[in-house]
Write a protein that binds this ligand. Structure first.
Ligand code: ZN
Length: 375
């Protein structure tokens, strides 16, 4: 198993602003925890720094006029026009260097995809990536360019069948949109139900169109869905579809805003629940390009992506967090200094509602989508 970690030290240069929940610090924090666990110097893994993507590479998905607006806004010349493209105060602020940041995230994911496409590596992780909401001509949900779409396009150049699995708490709407009519790209997204959470989409009925019918799959979940409810629902849907589709390569979006302490969402997964799902997914394709995604409780981001990277390398980690990182993580609110989360009991009714909701979604997917795959 040859693996690579794509990581840039440049991220600390950028800042969405003091009020914004997406903190660039989470990337440095993740890197330091990986380092403390010895995961950045593994004999079988390479660490590579990405180059910023070329404008033409980004224009494969994004409209040229939108790219021009990103460049202008980044240089402090946004003007009133920018608001028409989703830019401005709020989710997608205009900050100095935003175009450079967008090029860097796109470059990292395209680099990860290229390394796998060229056969140099079997599993590559670019945890700064996974900005799955960006649309061709619009910034959305903290995402300016859709690096996940660009990575999939790169893999498609080889003619490979690509499965995209997105376990972020939000629907992977930008990626679904990009490949909605393409039967060579199977997109599966599990997320908090769209009538409760941004971006408001990702219902079971969104199944793809034309030749792509049956190749967009959505498993929406009720607030407070925990590991116990998530795991069986995931297993009922995702592995059978992946086996039927038989991808050459899988792109994973590993947002960890599904965690029970995430301030922006209402799912209730733990780091160990997340990691179990990642382990299962890794077994389901011969090659994997893994990306990050959401995650707004910073210690969770570091613990989850460190665990995911360990899983990609078949390395077992000590449960107790390394000394070097403890003060950092405690300062950011981590109460128990362990990789896994302590158990939490949900009120019985809450779990029953979540279970009941998940059961109905799974039944609908099995009825409407499974037959399209001969299941
Ligand atoms: Zn998210």
């Amino acid at each position: 198993m040859k693996t690579a970690l794509v990581h840039s030290k440049e991220w600390s240069r950028f800042d969405y602003g003091p009020e914004h929940p997406l903190r660039m610090e989470r990337l440095g924090l993740t890197w330091r925890l990986m380092e403390a666990y010895g995961l950045t110097t593994l004999p079988t893994a390479k660490v590579l720094a990405p180059e910023p993507a070329a404008l033409d590479a980004i224009a494969r998905f994004h409209a040229r006029e939108y790219i021009e607006i990103l460049k202008e806004a980044s240089a402090g010349r946004g003007g009133l026009q920018a608001a028409r493209y989703g830019l401005g105060p709020g989710d997608n602020p205009i900050f100095p260097g935003l175009w450079e940041a967008a090029r860097l995230v796109a470059g990292g994911s395209i680099c990860a995809a290229s390394l796998v496409a060229q056969g140099q590596f079997d599993r590559v992780f670019h945890f700064a990536g996974g900005l799955h909401h960006a649309m061709p001509n619009r910034a959305s949900g903290f995402c300016y360019v859709n690096d996940a779409v660009l990575a999939i396009m790169k893999l498609r150049e080889r003619g490979w069948r690509v499965a995209y699995v997105d376990i972020d708490a939000h629907h992977g709407d930008g990626v679904q949109f990009a490949f909605y009519d393409d039967p060579n790209v199977l997109t599966i997204s599990t997320h908090e139900r769209g009538d409760r959470l941004f971006p408001g989409t990702g219902f079971v009925a969104e199944v793809g169109e034309g030749d792509g019918r049956g190749f967009s799959v959505n498993l929406p979940l009720q607030p407070y869905t925990d590991d116990e409810v998530y795991q069986p629902a995931f297993e009922a849907v995702v592995p059978p579809l992946l086996r039927a589709f038989n991808p050459d390569v899988m792109v994973l979006q590993l947002g960890i805003d599904s965690h029970r302490t995430d301030p922006l969402t209402h799912l209730a997964l733990t780091v160990q629940g997340f990691t179990n799902v990642v382990r299962q997914l890794l077994e389901m394709a011969p090659r994997v390009v893994a990306l990050g995604g959401g995650g707004y409780d910073l210690p969770n981001v570091a613990r989850a992506w460190t665990s995911a990277w360990a899983a990609m390398n078949d390395v077992a980690l000590a449960e107790t967090l390394p000394n070097e990182c403890r003060a950092d993580l405690a300062g950011l609110g981590l109460k128990v200094q362990s990789l896994s989360d302590p158990p939490m009991e949900l009120p019985e009714d809450t779990r029953r509602w979540a279970e009941e909701y998940a059961r109905r979604q799974v039944a609908a997917i099995r009825k409407d989508i499974f037959p399209l795959h001969g299941l």
